[in-house]
Design a protein around this ligand. Structure first.
Ligand code: ADP
Ligand code: MG
Length: 480
């Protein structure tokens, strides 16, 4: 088994004995050895099974009501609607078969007034946007209703492919008259009032959308992952393994499960949490929850690095170069929560200059730190490597758990991944593969067996495919 290639020694830091002692201890805490990795993976698989069999476990393992697999031959016009961040996006997706598709889309900003006002106003606004878009596309007088897949990225308890209840708002939304209601019905009412030829046929979770968008041209797709602001995964499960299913007989023997794996090990049984992670958790808006997500996703990695760096500053182990220079007062930015973004880690890790001039530049432009020595920069780069490597290895652990849970056949497995962290963080993918290969040593070339790939636009193409699957299920049920 190959050893983890990086971030295991301190000899090249060339710091003071105190700095080296600190780094040695840090490396021990942040390195996930193959042995630890394998224990985490075993626990992960056990939690998956628990969540499939009973409600209320840490891994929620939510049935998505999306049944069966895609063939790539799905065809037709579908709308997709994505609500969940700063923008509202409407997409017209034309599925052409053979895994090919075309999209046209429009974006609109959601004002703070709409985000916090009555839900009816927000739905009327969405209906207006769809109306304008249909007119632009010459589809306003469609004879048949266009099916719409609605990616609604808030916590929803789903009860059918196009039915669910909003549990609570997140991300700055707080519209009145929505919690406890079905977002599909509220939107459909607004569309009806305007006599728009659109029917909301699917309520889509973004991981499920990511899986579907990858599966349309890669039929051996078994899972979709989000590695962006947050992280989560979805995979295709056999109905007979979903012990808690009470929805009666399904049209297909398989269903996509939304794992909600960001909550994995909230009870802290296996994850090697450090005090830097504990600090982040305690100061977050959701302490004690989403622990796994907090170790692996874009919103948090920079903050963990910041926690290490500020601790080193307090111990006078960083930025000590010039007499009278006090980094704590010179850089306000580094003292502020979330002041160190995950994208800085990407830039710092990407620095291959011999004197780490790019790292210096990142510190200077983003954090007003002008006094970093080369040793400081080597330390900071190493801290980024440690936190970034741990994240990628844990993501790999989740992937290996899914693949092993599902079993590997001769065709191997495709995994679609969406999110800026996976897309832009250098070596994230390489490190993820490294972890998977340690967990599955029986495969000499893991990249041929577990094929990771960027799957963009789960909330566009993925949602449209979900609407398409919904229509297929409806069709089968009406004939049954
Ligand atoms: P979302 O998950 O909200 O759909 P993204 O997939 O774009 O959005 O992920 C945004 C997250 O990715 C942010 O938390 C940000 O810190 C992180 N991110 C953005 N750019 C980079 C980068 N170059 N390297 C690493 N992380 C990045
Ligand atoms: Mg996204």
């Amino acid at each position: 088994m190959p050893a983890p290639p990086e971030a295991t020694t301190i000899k090249d830091i060339n710091g003071s004995p105190e700095q080296e002692a600190y780094m040695k201890c840090l490396i021990e805490q942040l390195t996930i050895t193959p042995d630890k990795l394998s224990r985490i993976c075993e626990h992960f698989k056990g939690e998956m099974t628990k969540g499939l069999n009973k409600e209320g476990h840490t891994l929620a393992m939510i049935p998505s009501y999306v049944e069966g697999r895609l063939t790539g031959e799905e065809k037709g016009n579908f709308l997709a609607l994505d609500l969940g961040g700063t923008n509202l996006r409407v997409v017209l997706v034309t599925l052409e078969g053979q895994g090919k598709f075309k999209t046209v889309s429009t974006k609109a900003r959601i004002s703070d007034t709409l985000k916090t006002g009555p839900m009816r106003d927000l739905c009327d606004y969405i209906a207006d946007c769809i109306d304008t878009f249909l007119t632009e596309q010459g589809l306003e007088d469609q004879e048949t209703e266009l099916p719409l897949g609605y990616t609604f990225s808030f916590p929803v308890l789903q009860s059918k492919i196009n039915r669910g209840t909003l549990l609570t708002w997140t991300k700055g939304f707080s519209c009145t008259g929505a919690v406890g209601k079905d977002p599909v019905i509220l939107l459909q009412d607004a569309l009806l009032k305007k006599h728009l030829p659109v029917k909301v046929t699917a309520l889509v979770n973004d991981t499920v959308g990511t899986l579907l968008s990858n599966a349309y041209n890669k039929p051996d797709t078994i899972a979709g992952l989000i590695l962006g602001t947050g992280s989560n995964g979805a995979y295709i499960e056999q109905m007979d393994k979903i012990g808690k299913w009470q929805g009666g007989k399904t049209a297909f023997p398989e269903m996509i499960i939304n794992m909600e794996f960001g909550a994995f090990d909230n009870e802290r049984v296996v994850l090697p949490l450090t005090r830097y992670d504990n600090k982040l958790d305690r100061e977050s808006i959701n302490p004690h929850s989403q622990i796994f997500e907090k170790l692996i996703s874009g919103m948090y990695l920079g903050e963990i690095v910041r926690n290490v760096l500020t601790d080193m500053m307090d111990r006078e182990l960083l930025f000590q170069r010039s007499e009278g220079f006090d980094a704590k007062t010179a850089s306000k930015e580094i003292s502020v929560q979330w002041g160190f973004e995950t994208s800085y880690m990407s830039n710092i890790e990407d620095d291959s200059t011999s004197n780490l001039s790019r790292t210096k530049e990142v510190l200077d432009t983003n954090l007003s730190i002008q006094n970093a020595s080369e040793t400081d920069c080597r330390i900071i780069k190493r801290v980024c490597e440690l936190v970034g490597t741990r994240a990628a290895r844990l993501a790999g652990c989740a992937i290996a758990a899914i693949v092993q849970h599902c079993g590997v056949n001769e065709k191997g497995a495709d995994i679609g991944i969406d999110g800026s962290l996976y897309e832009f963080y250098p070596s994230f993918e390489k490190r993820t593969y490294q972890a998977i290969s340690e967990l599955m040593p029986e495969y000499p070339d893991i990249t041929k067996v577990v094929r990771l790939g960027l799957a963009r636009d789960g909330s566009g193409v993925g949602a449209a495919l979900c609407a398409c699957v919904a229509a297929r299920m409806e069709d089968i049920k009406s004939k049954a």
